[in-house]
Design a protein around this ligand. Structure first.
Ligand code: FE
Length: 200
């Protein structure tokens, strides 16, 4: 492959996917059909607890994050697992069609799962839109915007005098001169190529 980095030019958003019992931050969301109840696809990492839940539940919701997002929402849903914490404890949600949705968002889409496609790393869930609302017609957080403003949004700080590798996806900090070749981010699962070197 000449340069795989071109795939980072695919425009994606930042959403909180929720389902009964859990949720996580996702970026790979597409509307894949038209009509009154369009189909929406979303890819969820297999190692996520949310993926397990989506194999049991029949619905999910996508809450759309704006650029003014309360970063605690992204931290809570993107950098933790329900295996360790209750993500709903400090984040306000309302229930729509039996699915918790994030109140502090631009709006939500609730979908009924109609199909699943498995690949090596992710499951692609395809849902039919059954309920939706737009709370606020303002600027949406794109994945590119998140990448560009991640440090200020997440307030990533690294200890002085130490060589640090920062995960460009979630902000996880690894201290050490070199990242092992097979290194995977313990928070979000991405590989070494998505870590950035920070020398203080
Ligand atoms: Fe990460």
């Amino acid at each position: 492959m000449k340069n795989k980095k071109i795939t980072r030019k695919i425009s994606q958003g930042v959403y909180v996917l929720t389902t009964a019992g859990g949720g996580c931050v996702v970026d790979a969301v597409s509307q894949i059909s038209a009509g009154d109840n369009p189909l929406i696809s979303v890819a969820v990492m297999k190692k996520n607890y949310t993926n397990e839940l989506l194999h049991k539940n029949d619905k999910f919701a996508l809450s759309v994050m704006g650029i003014e997002v309360n970063v605690e929402i992204i931290k809570t849903f993107g950098m933790n697992s329900m295996r360790d914490i209750n993500k709903f404890e400090n984040i306000q949600t309302i229930e729509v069609e039996g699915v918790p949705v994030i109140e502090d968002s631009l709006g939500y889409m609730v979908c009924e799962i109609i199909d699943k496609i498995e690949n090596e790393t992710h499951t692609l869930f395809i849902g039919k839109l059954i309920e939706a609302d737009l709370y606020e017609d303002s600027d949406v957080m794109t994945y590119a915007y998140y990448q560009e403003h991640k440090d200020e949004l997440l307030k990533v700080t690294t200890e002085e005098g130490k060589t640090a590798w920062v995960c460009t996806v979630c902000g996880y900090v690894y201290y050490g001169e070199e990242l092992p070749d097979d290194f995977k981010c313990p928070l979000c699962g991405v590989g070494k190529d998505l870590f950035e070197l920070k020398n203080n």
